[in-house]
Ligand binder design. Structure first.
Ligand code: PLP
Length: 413
């Protein structure tokens, strides 16, 4: 079981929702920092352990600054994400540039920033040479294909557009070395929102095997393996978070039985997790506009899938708390909807909630990653503000809400 806590007591949260226009996203700085430290502690045995926070999960410089202060790097997938990382002083090899279908100018920008460039395809070596040069340190993204089953969310690796195949892998490193690379890393991402720790342990086994193979076939010693992101969070109260201490100790056993005997110690292990770092500590705060009864009962919020699209996009569960009300004998079953002209604009279907009334404040949990970031403007909806609940208890706006002027700014009329 994972308890679904609120970042503030009900009275303070209600007051905040009176003071600030709803909907808005709220991130709990203290909890984010504590969790980042726990992640590092779990992997303390790894030489120079690092998580490159996936910028796409919450692309806000204030959040990235927290990541930097906690010793994390940044995983960037585009030029604007590189810029965001740079803007908070995350530069050089503290950036992992894991892009796909990458334009030449983005390779150049990553090269100029001295980021670790993680190539997604064998042909991207030429794309990199067109726009920059072969860097000293180069990484390749590995797709194991039929040798590994992807998890349910990311899907079968054979169907994935990402990465180089098992047969292509050694050739990539050989060519990179011929072109002047002297330092090497290996990356993969075969799971998304995975809660089963054995999956992560098996990913380590897979990468260690490839590290040994590259050493035997080419004499290349990898500097680090990047396990990707994909560690899940317990969106449902009946789910358990992944036991990172257990995962780490199992990976350590593999390290001792595979990497050390192969003469490959020290080999750094890094991640690029976003969701598990900030996801549970972000909340979408919204207000009930209408409660309606048709063939079913509906709670209509002032938020919509423009603010958080995971439930509508993937049918993902996000826990919902009606602030100040407990689910009790008077509980009702509702669909909780947004205001888009899309019937799948629902935060929950057939959800048991306390009796809801217009004006109630509703908190949607676990919105701190792939939440605001996935927002969009369909139906000319405006994206909401982001606030940081700082460690001293004060609340700071870290992104204002969009206005109609923002929406019209790109139009020519
Ligand atoms: C290459 C890559 N790395 C890291 C991540 C972060 O994943 P998560 O936030 O689930 O840890 C993603 C997510 O899409 C990704 O595509």
């Amino acid at each position: 079981m994972s308890e679904k806590k609120l970042p503030l007591d009900a009275k303070s949260l209600f007051a905040l929702a009176q003071e600030l226009p709803t909907p808005f996203h709220l991130y709990d700085e203290k909890a984010i920092r504590e969790h980042a430290r726990a992640f590092k502690r779990a992997f303390a045995w790894v030489p120079d352990f690092k998580n490159y926070y996936a910028v796409k999960a919450c692309p806000n410089p204030h959040v990235l600054s927290i990541m930097k202060e906690e010793g994390f790097g940044a995983d960037c997938s585009s030029l604007p994400e590189l810029e965001l990382a740079r803007s908070v002083g995350i530069v050089g090899e503290d950036i992992m540039f894991t892009s796909n279908d990458t334009p030449d100018e983005e390779f150049k920008a990553a090269y100029d920033l001295k980021a670790v460039i993680n190539l997604d395809d064998v042909t991207h070596i030429d794309a990199l040479l067109r726009s920059a040069r072969m860097p000293e340190l180069i990484s390749f993204r590995y797709n194991p294909g039929p040798d590994r089953t992807g998890n349910a969310i990311i899907g079968n690796p054979v169907e994935a557009k990402y990465g180089v195949t098992t047969d292509q892998l050694a050739g990539c490193y050989r060519r990179a070395r011929d072109l002047g690379a002297t330092r090497f890393a290996l990356h993969t991402m075969v799971a998304s929102n995975e809660l089963d720790g054995t999956y992560i342990v098996e990913t380590a086994r897979m990468l260690f095997s490839q590290a040994i193979r590259l050493y035997r076939e080419l004499g290349i010693r990898l500097e680090f393996v990047n396990m990707g992101g994909g560690i899940g969070i317990p969106y449902r109260p009946d789910q358990e978070p992944m036991d990172l201490t257990w995962v780490s100790s199992e990976i350590e056993k593999l390290y001792r039985s595979m990497i050390i005997p192969a003469g490959l110690d020290p080999l750094r292990i890094v991640f690029e997790c976003g969701r598990m770092v900030t996801g549970p500590f972000g909340y979408l705060v919204s207000r009930v506009r209408h409660v309606t009864e048709k063939y079913k009962k509906y709670v209509g919020l002032d938020a919509s899938m423009a603010n958080l699209m995971r439930p509508a996009l993937y049918g993902a569960y996000h826990h919902i708390t009606v602030v100040g009300k407990e689910v009790d004998a008077d509980a009702q079953v509702y669909d909780v909807t947004g205001s888009l002209c899309e019937n799948n604009d629902k935060f929950a279907i057939d959800r048991r909630l306390p009796k809801v009334e217009p004006g109630d404040v509703v908190v949607i949990h676990d919105a701190g990653a792939h939440g605001h970031a996935m927002g969009f403007n369909y139906n000319a909806k405006l994206r909401s503000a982001e606030y940081l609940l700082q460690e001293d208890g004060s609340v700071r706006m870290i992104r204002r809400a969009e206005t109609m002027d923002d929406l019209f700014a790109t139009l020519r009329f």
